[in-house]
Design a protein around this ligand. Structure first.
Ligand SMILES: Cc1cc2nc3c(=O)[nH]c(=O)nc-3n(C[C@H](O)[C@H](O)[C@H](O)COP(=O)(O)OP(=O)(O)OC[C@H]3O[C@@H](n4cnc5c(N)ncnc54)[C@H](O)[C@@H]3O)c2cc1C
Length: 394
């Protein structure tokens, strides 16, 4: 699709492309794609520090706290170029989730204390919302924080906490009152992961990797100065955060890049004497995805145009999340089909020569972990409920 950018925006796009081409070099790319022996945390932190040094780490933040002051068009260009270049997004928990809550609802002391170390990636954050009995129905959460003068005493269990093993801080939804409407007794607490009484237990996912955890709290003492806003009003702050979380999930540029890679591989892969790209069934499936992706791109542009005119992300963010994640899963599925039998092998079972396709292991890992995309950030079924209520008025 051709979009008419101004000369200023085209110059900005050139600057972004050049920065990515020079700074995101082969070594950084290999480290971030998980090459053996790489410490993922130090790799992503060192990339984020490059963005920080350039002043580009937090395009979404207000200028006064370290944001870029870019127009909505510039933000769109930046995200598109990042996706097309195959560069991973920043880790969202600090920069895109808790920071907007802190600068919107926090005290001046909290802003001064927490924002600088989020901006320069010195502190790693994780998100403590979900519990074994509270996922889609988040208001059912039961981790308690009992007020005890200068402190809250926290007890309970969080689950699916991404990268808790690396985290210096966790932002948590905790129950501070009972007996009133469930949403009204919830508070938003910032907790230092080094506090005695916190235990992190790993959960290994189907792709064999460890990004998820359980976080247990046993009589964890948290200073009351770490409460965001008012006690029992945390639901309001949490909801504001979720809209931010879902808007970034369409990942159109990432899907375009993956689809392009799929086409190139399908042209090289021979099946029954012909390249797979000439297989009518494969072709049809690829065309379906391409059309869906084009429709998603137009929808994303409509949302982008309304935000450029000063609007806020609304229920459209649910729509972008559903379609964006379904399309990326469909591409992962085709990549796995292309890898054929090699896609089922575990790396430990075959040598790299025997694996046959250099993309097979990657395709398998992405396919497996990609199942999670329609669950996290609020499952797609729950997003459909949001659309049914807020858009269709059902
Ligand atoms: C990879 C990954 C990373 C995650 N990272 C984090 C994290 O860092 N921090 C964090 O707090 N959480 C995290 N989560 C948790 C995530 O937010 C929850 O898994 C999600 O909200 C769903 O909750 P649940 O797993 O309890 O499933 P449930 O809520 O039990 O849902 C089970 C099934 O029922 C369906 N369902 C539930 N309610 C409805 C309804 N009303 N209508 C229709 N269908 C419904 C769901 O769609 C789903 O298919 C992560 C999850 C994953 C998979």
């Amino acid at each position: 699709m051709d979009i008419k950018f101004s000369a200023k925006d085209i110059a900005f796009r050139g600057e972004v492309r050049e920065f990515f081409a020079t700074e995101y070099d082969a070594t950084v790319a290999a480290q971030l794609s998980g090459s053996p022996g790489t410490d993922y945390k130090s790799a992503i932190v060192s990339w984020q520090k490059k963005l920080y040094a350039k002043g580009w780490i937090a395009p979404g933040w207000p200028k006064e706290y370290g944001g870029t002051d870019w127009s909505a068009t510039q933000k769109f260009i930046y995200e598109t170029e990042r996706g097309l270049a195959g560069i991973p997004d920043v880790v969202p928990f600090g920069l895109k989730m808790v920071a907007p809550v802190i600068y919107t609802f926090g005290t001046e002391e909290q802003k001064a204390r927490f924002l600088p170390s989020i901006l320069n990636s010195d502190d790693w954050w994780c998100q403590g919302y979900s519990e074994p009995g509270a996922g889609s129905d988040l208001a059912a959460l039961s981790t308690s924080a009992d007020y005890a003068g200068d402190n809250y005493i926290v007890n309970g269990r969080k689950i699916w906490t991404t990268f808790a093993q690396y985290a210096d801080w966790i932002f948590c939804l905790v129950r501070t009152s009972k007996g009133i409407r469930r949403q009204e007794g919830i508070s938003f607490l910032l907790i230092d992961m080094k506090t005695p009484g916190i235990t992190v237990k790993p959960i290994v996912t189907i792709d064999g990797k460890h990004s998820l955890n359980e976080v247990l709290f046993e009589d964890v003492s948290v200073p009351t100065e770490n409460l965001i806003g008012e006690q029992d009003k945390g639901w309001t702050y949490a909801k504001a955060l979720l809209a931010h979380e879902r808007t970034g999930m369409a990942e159109v540029a990432d899907s375009k890049r993956m689809l392009e890679g799929l086409k190139q591989r399908a042209a090289a892969e021979i099946n029954g004497g012909k390249p797979m790209i000439e297989d009518p069934v494969f072709q049809m499936r690829m065309s379906d995805i391409e059309m869906e992706l084009m429709a998603l791109e137009y929808t994303e542009l409509r949302v982008f145009a309304s935000m450029a005119a000063g609007g806020m992300p609304g229920p459209e963010s649910s729509l972008l999340k559903i379609k964006g994640t379904e399309i990326s899963q469909a591409i992962h599925e085709l990549q796995l089909q292309l890898a054929a039998n090699y896609g089922g092998a575990l790396p430990s079972e075959l040598s790299s020569d025997e694996l046959g396709h250099d993309f097979a292991a990657e395709a398998r890992g992405k396919y497996m972990y990609g199942r999670a995309a329609t669950i996290y950030g609020g499952s797609n079924e729950v997003q459909r409920n949001v659309i049914a209520k807020a858009v269709l008025g059902l």
